[in-house]
Design a protein around this ligand. Structure first.
Ligand code: GTP
Ligand code: MG
Length: 265
């Protein structure tokens, strides 16, 4: 059983890709279970096999705990972790080969809180990969791509799982966008020269520093352009996941939850 979590900023195309990729896999005779972890989802493009909304009502959490939407989302995120064992049982019931997990629009609730890591480790700590979506609309400037890559690296360091970075909604990419994305990794000098031309010199310096830091951290990996509309990149995404699950990418060593004692003693 292989778990794939789709993570990305709000509206980056996670749910649509989970829908399209699950159908793509099923067309290739793969057994797939789709899990929705977004308690606030009003509508989903797919019918989830396992749905966190069966356990938690976002509206109820808001009214009963008299919380605003952000507070309610945080409360829900922590509650989901306490249902993780039940979600796992439900997910494993049909013994699927692939489990595709759609995560909440408020990415930080899943990626940067302890609850997200707890859910991942309860469902299945090994044989897990993260697909990180960078919205193609953030590709308008090299500096936007730089900050998106930094966010992607933050998610990687927070969740400590092998990660595939994709440029979602690739049907919206211009020829120039594609050129920048494809050459980002190959020709650092070329990209530095593009960034240097940005109007605000501070942005240029900032982006260049981010890029060099990511290079040092070996966090610059290939970005796969993927479109849920044209189907571009789905085969490449699948191949990359296969490579990870076949053991092609080393996992970070998971040192478990952070404890303050670790610093002092
Ligand atoms: N052009 C284009 N639009 C897309 C693609 N994928 C998704 N969209 C559109 O982008 C919008 C957001 O898509 P969702 O799949 O709901 O994104 P999401 O990341 O699940 O959104 P949240 O859960 O609210 O964070 C919708 O209007 C989709 O139709 C794509 O590949 N190409
Ligand atoms: Mg969604």
């Amino acid at each position: 059983m292989f778990y794939v979590y789709f993570v990305g900023t709000a509206g980056s195309g996670k749910s649509t890709l989970v829908d399209v990729f699950s159908r793509w896999l099923r067309d290739r005779d793969q057994d797939v279970t789709v899990v929705n972890l977004d308690p606030g989802a009003k509508w989903l493009p797919y019918g989830p096999d396992v749905d966190v909304r069966d356990y938690i009502s976002f509206e109820k959490v808001m009214t009963e705990l008299t919380l605003g939407p952000n507070g309610a989302f945080i409360a829900c995120a922590d509650m989901i972790a306490s249902f993780a064992e039940r979600l796992k049982e439900e997910t494993e019931k049909d013994n699927p080969t692939y489990v595709l997990v759609d995560t909440p629009g408020q990415m930080e609730l899943f990626a940067f809180r302890e609850a997200g890591r707890a859910i991942i480790s309860t469902l299945c700590s090994e044989r897990t990969a993260v697909v990180y979506l960078i919205d193609a609309s953030l590709m308008r400037k090299p500096s936007s791509l730089a900050s998106s890559l930094l966010l992607s690296a933050s998610v990687r360091f927070s969740l400590l799982k092998p990660q595939v970075c994709i440029l979602s909604k690739s049907d919206l990419l211009t020829k120039k966008d594609r050129e920048i994305a494809s050459r980002w990794f190959e020709h650092i000098e070329y990209i530095s020269s593009i960034i240097g031309k940005e109007e605000n010199p501070l942005l240029g310096d900032f982006s260049r520093s981010i890029m060099l830091t990511l290079t040092e951290l070996e966090s610059l990996t290939n970005i796969i352009p993927v479109s849920s509309i044209t189907g571009e990149g789905l085969d490449e995404l699948f191949a990359e996941l296969q490579r990870i699950f076949a053991g092609g990418e080393e996992e970070f060593v998971d040192v478990g939850p952070f404890r303050i004692d670790d610093i002092w003693y």
